[in-house]
Ligand binder design. Structure first.
Ligand code: ADP
Length: 485
């Protein structure tokens, strides 16, 4: 299935308190390659007792790790980043086998994932507090920042490494310890990262990767009084449920949930760059990202030019196994994802939408949905209201700016939005009017470790990346010194 330079990076075990564990029962989960259906490997389904043990070990490790200097924690993170880059090809192969994305994209994700370790490796030295002039002359007020404690991170399958480091790096930089539950479809990328973390000098117990049943593991860590924080990336329904469960122990919570991003093309846009941006934002990871453009709104005057050019590019895209040279689009993650995308396209077609290309299964395999362009989409179609999470461009025509903004904002989600225009004043007006946490103007690729990533409305709250990322893993403590003479 893959030829790794370092075969020890592929681990069929959970990582608990610094030990590799095959679990204390025979229960396991099988992971299949979404491109071929072949079994990639298996990981143990940990029991509740093992999860409780992992929590104890994380708490124990925290008592020591919290006293480390930021400089020392940062050095480990930066070494870990360097090791990821050294082993990029192996990590990319593991990712492509379990997730399906083309190898070039997987390599790109390793760079992206390592960038969070590197960035927060620097930020670890800058978890600044403040001093505040006191209202009484015999008092002194300071504010220090301290790690939250033991944190839980629950991550999705679409970025098996990137979503892990985006949470784990700021937690470690701040001095927390982390219990990570990776998506059941993609545990091997997370486990490979543990091998390298250990090599970089991360102490035992600071990071554990718990494999097994989501509800059992999730339930155990969320009910725990020891776990003080949950960071979750995944679907909105699961996020809402976990947020409610966290109320039981009043955990600090950050949520990165569904998207439904609008992509608006105004008459004055540059067609070439709008098409390029549309491809970048729509087809990354075969359309399976939460910032993927989900609803295209194109103004009358530029409509034909944009749609024709985009359809031509989409028709030329190469879909296939991620290991094949030149392939830019892989499969969907599983058969449920395939059925959902098919259902959305079929329903749109039956309600009057036009399929210009694609719209069916691709010959590459069972879970490959052909790159698709659908026009004449109206708001009564499910495709206009739900996250597609597949390689399908869904286009609606609009007449004026007001209508475009109203259409774009008419969603319960608020993660990313994109628009193309060459009018400076319009770019200011629209960027301020869009109710989304991330706005790309004449840009379709917005993710970077240096900027705060996070949504509004039902897309969640909390920022990942940037100098603000540490806020989610630290508490401000106000210290008042009185009776100073
Ligand atoms: P998707 O699979 O569409 O990305 P999910 O929200 O189902 O979205 O999954 C995201 C992550 O949440 C995965 O790691 C999954 O295992 C986990 N998860 C799903 N349901 C629960 C639950 N009830 N408790 C804890 N974790 C869950």
């Amino acid at each position: 299935m893959f030829k790794l330079t370092r075969s020890d990076l592929f681990r069929e075990a959970a990582y608990v308190g610094g030990q590799w564990s095959t679990g204390n029962s025979d229960a396991y989960m099988e992971i299949r390659n979404p491109a071929t259906g072949e079994v990639v490997g298996r990981v143990p389904s940990l029991s509740r007792e093992e999860v409780r043990e992992a929590i104890l070990l994380a708490d124990h490790a925290f008592q020591d790790f919290r006293r480390w200097t930021g400089k020392a924690r940062g050095a480990v993170l930066r070494k870990w980043a360097a090791l990821m880059l050294e082993n990029k090809d192996d990590l990319a192969q593991i990712m492509t086998a379990e997730q399906g994305k083309p190898l070039a994209e997987a390599r790109g994700e390793i760079d992206y994932a390592a960038s969070f370790l590197d960035w927060f490796g620097e930020e670890a030295k800058r978890v600044y507090g403040e001093t505040i002039p006191a209202p009484r002359d015999n008092q002194r007020i300071t504010v220090i920042r301290q790690p939250v404690g033991v944190c839980a991170a629950i991550t999705p399958w679409n970025f098996p490494s990137g979503m892990v480091t985006r949470k784990v790096a700021p937690a470690i930089a701040s001095g927390c310890t982390v219990l990570l539950k990776p998506a059941p479809q993609t545990p091997f990328s997370a486990l490979a990262l543990c091998v390298l973390a250990e090599e970089a000098g991360l102490p035992k117990g600071v990071l554990s990767v718990l494999t097994g049943d989501a509800v059992e593991i999730g339930g155990e860590i969320i009910r725990s009084e020891t776990v003080r924080k949950l960071s979750f990336t995944g679907s909105t329904p699961v996020g809402k449920k976990l947020m409610a469960e966290c109320a039981g122990t009043v955990k600090k919570v950050s949520l990165e949930l569904g998207g439904n991003a609008p992509f608006i093309v105004f008459d004055d846009a540059d067609v070439e760059s709008a098409v390029q941006g549309a491809i970048a934002s729509k087809f990354r990871n075969a359309g399976q990202t939460c910032v993927c453009a989900n609803r295209f709104f194109v103004q009358h005057g530029i409509y034909d030019a944009f749609v024709n050019k985009l359809t031509e590019v989409v028709k030329g895209m190469r879909m296939g196994r991620g290991t094949e040279e030149g392939v830019t689009l892989g499969p969907l993650i599983d058969s449920n994802a395939f059925s959902k995308v098919s259902r959305l396209v079929d329903e749109a077609r039956s309600k009057g939408a036009t399929v210009l290309t694609g719209g069916t299964q691709h010959p590459a395999g069972a879970q490959f949905f052909a790159p698709t362009v659908v026009t004449d989409v109206t708001n009564d179609m499910t495709i206009a209201n739900e996250e597609i999470f597949g390689p399908v461009v869904s286009i609606t025509r609009f007449s004026d700016e007001q209508e475009a903004v109203a259409l774009a904002n008419s969603t319960r989600y608020g993660l990313a939005a994109y628009f193309y225009t060459s009018d400076l004043n319009r770019s200011v007006r629209i960027s301020e009017a869009l109710d989304f946490g991330i706005v790309g103007i004449n840009e379709g690729a917005v993710s970077t470790e240096v900027a705060p990533f996070g949504g509004f409305k039902e897309s969640g709250f909390g920022k990942e990346g940037s100098k603000h990322g540490i806020d989610e893993y630290s508490e401000r403590k106000y210290i008042c010194l009185g009776n100073v003479r």
